[in-house]
Write a protein that binds this ligand. Structure first.
Ligand code: FES
Length: 76
């Protein structure tokens, strides 16, 4: 699932970096997640937290629900 639409970053990509021991800030710097509109930050942080707290990645659940993206963000 794409977590960051602006930077086209998936939950798997974030999880892979988190499992490698990177912090949210490191992942943000490396992948650019949550550096544009910022709407994905909560979900991206949830993914990192769930990966670092020993939860199964297959059971990831984001509290942030994206209902609709503004055209300007979706087209970025
Ligand atoms: S959706 Fe991630 S910065 Fe916009």
């Amino acid at each position: 699932m794409i977590v960051c639409v602006c930077r086209r970053v998936s939950d798997r990509e974030i999880a892979r970096h988190a499992r490698a021991g990177m912090s949210f800030d490191d992942i943000q710097f490396e992948l650019g997640v949550a550096t544009q509109c910022g709407r994905c930050e909560g979900c991206a942080r949830d993914v990192v937290e769930q990966c670092t707290s020993g939860h199964n990645v297959a059971a990831l659940h984001c509290e942030t629900t994206v209902v609709a993206w503004p055209q300007s963000v979706a087209a970025a």
